[in-house]
Design a binder for this molecule. Structure first.
Ligand SMILES: [Zn+2]
Ligand SMILES: [Zn+2]
Length: 896
């Protein structure tokens, strides 16, 4: 649109001579009134023009209109003409009877009109537009040589009926350039379009046109100007204009109140609402509804309910819009039962629900997967005969599909006369979710042939569906197909469904590969991507990936979201970068309880008990109320620091001071605390006095204590309890059998079935992963294939091993998850140490290793020695904890 070239016609406002619509109408009605009683119309051979007119006008009133065409044809044979006004009456009749076919026939005979004037053609434009054929209206309009204000108004009206707001604005500029000036009836239409397409520039221009054209005395025009400012969010202009209005009606007040509501400034809206009443203007139903809907949408359902009561006390009865906005407000807030009660009340007082009422109630049921309430909604929809409405049918399909009743969803889908992409997506999504990917795919294929072909959401639903069913190849295949498809492009959600799919299927590496490909493809990751991919990197060998994702999140400005930053605090800690966790934490303002807890548990993980306790102090000084998770971390911190009494005190404070219900995590932290300090009998007594049934992690805490403090009898007791709670756990079985053999009991003694004994052989093989130069290398215990490189590692270990022996703290019996090492089977983490340090020219400062089983005491001692001898730090996370070896010590303080 070339707005800049726009020049306002500079000639003085022309006196507008308009043959008014009224005169045409009157004449038309006049003739029908005269002839209302005459019955049939016959075509006379040589009729006089007046009689023909009368006949045609009578057809306009009583039909059949098609006969008019025959009369016109006979006129053509006679070489006669028809009066323009009669022809226009015929066109108007086509509009009234929505008869496009006759309208087209009449158009074909326009040559019969005595003298075609712009009014006749304008009527043609209106006829096509009002019968719903905008393209033909445009054709007539474009071919017109002379267009007057009415022609432009008709075309603008046509576009605005078709919601083509931008076309309306464009037509307005065209009209002005053709030197035709708008009147006060046309301006509001154009202003409405400006509001709809948020075109404040044009709105301002029209405001000045209205001033120059002296149209600002029209309340209708003024309200429309006010509405443009309000809709475009220019509330200060709107307010100024509003104050200067000489006359205001209820609509003016509604416009300004709506403006504030749309911006979510409910207090301002309320102020105007009160001022309205003070000025003696009674708010009508519409005004009340605007305010009620706004409060309800903003989640203030209770204030909205109060307003309804007030409104009723003023004698105004809520209508379907009032009820619907309340029902959808409660639904969105998850207050489903209240939404339902309102729906029932609404029906009792006899207000018919509309499609939005039903659809919002149905989607509320979908969100809580309540099929019983959902089917009640369904029957209400049937009773009110709204069930054929596409919006309702879609929401019912969605409700049944999400609730898992696919049969009901399918039967609604089957009888729908018209389906849109939402109908298809809901049903396909339902089948995918229930695991029927084949059926979903069948529908997906059918959809491609239908009037509403799949959109990117459909593709994403299918990708997610295949992923959830473990069919990764098919999911990838679909993804490649949209990548290659010219029309639909994969969006960020498509990438996210691949990433989360791979993660759900425990394919971390593939998920990370997809993430990398996503970045290369110039698709910007969003919040969901970051929150999905990060947990895949919460291990020591992915430390660099966490940094990489952090950079990416900073670039995309995603870190301003607190949830993202909190996840980074956690991921940095778990990947061995507690300093970075602290940095992210310190940069946060404000912080929430999750931020505090994430750093706190990070410190505990790293064995930094002092930092954890300092942070807890700071937290209390800042007035942050600790929660369940905080206190678990705090007990663990006291336990690590050997502060048994403080730990006990914290434990007893949980329910007293902090009013938090004790749960199993607190209990197992306490067992850990007592066990660590060697108070094994106290720990057992504590367990036996617990008011809740201990779970396997409580027993595991005792088991660890027994292993470290070499109480094998109690280890058997704890192990047997663990075995009872989790008979499938092979590690438990393995530990238990070792404890039996240490105590001289036979393997036959325990309550172990034959099957379990068979399984017992399958202890997971010890594996370690180390990250070096951006590559993750895997080592397996007993990897004794003789390759030159492995031989080198073994001889390095032999050399180092001799020195380690001197440092070994304890050679006594112990029970371990892995078989003891021998010449041919060296534990995998040792191979990783050798691999990391063998290059004597370049000793890395930090080794980061992940191990699948708990480290044995030998390896732990070796790591301590190596950290001292080679001056490097080793981060190693095993199945129990994170060890940080430095200067010959480990952060776990030899308790893991
Ligand atoms: Zn070992
Ligand atoms: Zn350790």
């Amino acid at each position: 649109m070339e707005k800049n070239l726009m020049i306002l016609p500079s000639k003085p406002w022309p006196p507008l001579f308009i043959p008014s619509h009224c005169s045409i109408q009157l004449e038309w009605h006049g003739s029908t009134r005269v002839l209302a009683n005459s019955n049939s119309v016959s075509i006379t051979q040589r009729s006089n023009p007046k009689l023909i007119d009368t006949q045609l006008n009578q057809l306009c009133a009583n039909g059949p209109l098609s006969e008019a065409v025959a009369i016109l044809d006979s006129l053509a044979q006679q070489g006669s003409k028809v009066r323009p006004i009669t022809f226009m009456n015929l066109l108007q009749a086509c509009i009234d009877k929505d008869c496009i076919l006759v309208g087209r026939e009449l158009h074909a005979r326009i040559g019969l009109v005595g003298k075609v004037n712009p009014f006749v053609e304008t009527k043609l434009v209106s006829m096509y537009a009002k019968c719903g054929h905008l393209d033909e209206a445009w054709k007539v309009f474009d071919e017109m040589r002379e267009r007057n204000l009415f022609t432009w108004s008709a075309m603008i009206g046509a576009c605005s009926r078709d919601l083509k707001w931008e076309e309306v604005v464009k037509l307005f500029y065209d009209m002005m350039q053709h030197g035709v000036l708008p009147d006060e009836f046309l301006l509001p239409k154009v202003l409405k379009a400006c509001g709809k397409c948020r075109d404040i520039e044009t709105g301002r221009l029209i405001h000045s046109v209205a001033i120059r054209g002296g149209m600002c005395s029209s309340l209708h025009v003024n309200n429309s100007i006010l509405a443009v400012y309000a809709k475009c969010g220019e509330m200060s202009c709107a307010e100024k204009f509003f104050r200067r209005m000489d006359e205001r009606n209820c609509i003016s007040w509604n416009v300004i109140i709506t403006g504030y509501c749309q911006r979510g400034e409910i207090e301002q809206a309320q102020k105007y609402f009160d001022a309205m009443r003070e000025e003696g203007m009674k708010p009508g139903l519409v005004t009340w509804n605007i305010l009620i809907a706004s409060y309800s949408q903003l989640g203030h359902c209770d204030i909205a309910m109060d307003l309804i009561r007030k409104m009723e006390s003023f004698g105004i009865t809520p209508d379907v819009y009032t009820w619907t906005s309340m029902i959808s407000g409660f639904s969105q807030k998850g207050r489903i039962n209240e939404a339902f009660d309102l729906l029932r009340d609404m029906l009792i007082v006899g207000v018919e629900p509309n499609s939005i009422t039903i659809a919002s109630a149905a989607s509320a049921c979908a969100s809580v997967k309540s099929l019983s309430m959902g089917s009640e909604i369904h029957s209400i929809a049937v009773k009110t005969s709204l069930v054929g409405d596409i919006l309702i049918a879609n929401s019912l399909i969605d409700m049944y599909a999400k609730g898992g009743n696919l049969e009901a969803a399918q039967s609604i889908f089957d009888v729908m006369l018209q389906r849109d992409v939402y109908s298809w997506n809901s049903i396909i999504g339902g089948y995918c979710q229930a695991g029927f990917c084949g059926k979903a795919h069948e529908l997906f294929m059918k959809m491609q042939e239908s009037d509403s072909p799949p959109n990117v959401v459909t593709w994403n639903v299918m990708i997610t569906g295949f992923m959830q069913n473990g069919d990764e190849d098919e999911a990838l295949n679909l993804f490649q197909r949209i990548e290659n498809d010219g029309k639909i492009k994969p969006n960020v959600a498509s990438w996210n469904s691949l990433i989360s799919g791979f993660l759900q299927n425990r394919q971390k590496d593939k998920a990370l590969q997809i993430f990398r490909r996503m970045q290369f493809s110039n698709m910007a990751p969003n919040l969901v991507t970051v929150l999905t991919i990060l947990p895949a990197c919460t291990n020591l060998v992915a430390a660099k990936k966490v940094k990489e994702i952090h950079c990416c999140a900073i670039r995309r400005n995603l870190v301003s979201e607190l949830s993202v930053s909190n996840t980074f605090i956690d991921s940095y800690a778990k990947s061995g970068n507690i300093m970075y966790s602290r940095k992210v934490f310190d940069g946060l303002s404000p912080k929430d309880i999750i931020s505090w807890n994430s750093l706190l548990s990070g410190y505990v993980l790293h064995g930094c008990s002092e930092s954890a306790l300092d942070l807890f102090d700071q937290m209390r000084k800042d007035g942050v109320h600790p929660n369940r998770v905080t206190l678990t971390s705090i007990i663990s911190a006291y336990s690590h620091a050997g502060m048994v009494d403080e730990g006990k005190h914290a434990f007893s404070n949980i329910s007293e001071e902090y009013q938090i219900r004790l749960d199993l995590e607190h209990y197992s932290a306490m067992v850990y605390l007592l066990g660590r300090s060697g108070k094994l009998a106290k720990a057992l007594e504590f367990i036996q006095n617990m008011p809740v049934e201990p779970n396997s992690s409580v027993w595991a805490a005792l088991m660890t204590a027994c292993r470290i403090h070499k109480n094998f009898g109690m280890a058997i007791f704890a192990g047997e309890r663990m075995h009872e709670l989790d008979p499938e756990n092979i590690i438990t079985q393995h530990l238990l059998s070792q404890a039996y053999s240490v105590c001289g009991k036979s393997l036959e003694a325990p309550k172990m079935t034959k099957l379990e004994k068979e399984k017992f052989v399958n202890i997971p093989v010890g594996q370690s992963w180390i990250e070096m130069n951006n590559m993750v290398h895997t080592f397996v215990v007993g990897d004794d294939q003789s390759t030159p490189y492995l031989d080198k590692l073994h001889s390095w270990l032999k050399r180092v091993g001799a020195n380690v022996k001197a440092h070994i703290s304890d050679n006594g019996l112990c029970i371990e998850e892995e078989e003891k090492e021998n010449i041919s089977s060296v534990h995998s983490e040792k191979l990783a140490f050798a691999f990391g340090l063998i290059d004597s020219h370049h000793t890395p400062q930090i080794l980061r290793i992940v191990k699948n089983l708990r480290m044995c005491r030998d390896c732990h001692d070796s790591a301590k020695y190596i950290s001292l001898a080679y001056g490097c730090e080793i981060y190693l996370s095993d199945s129990n904890c994170l060890h940080h070896f430095k200067d010959g010590h480990c952060s776990c303080r030899d308790y893991w």
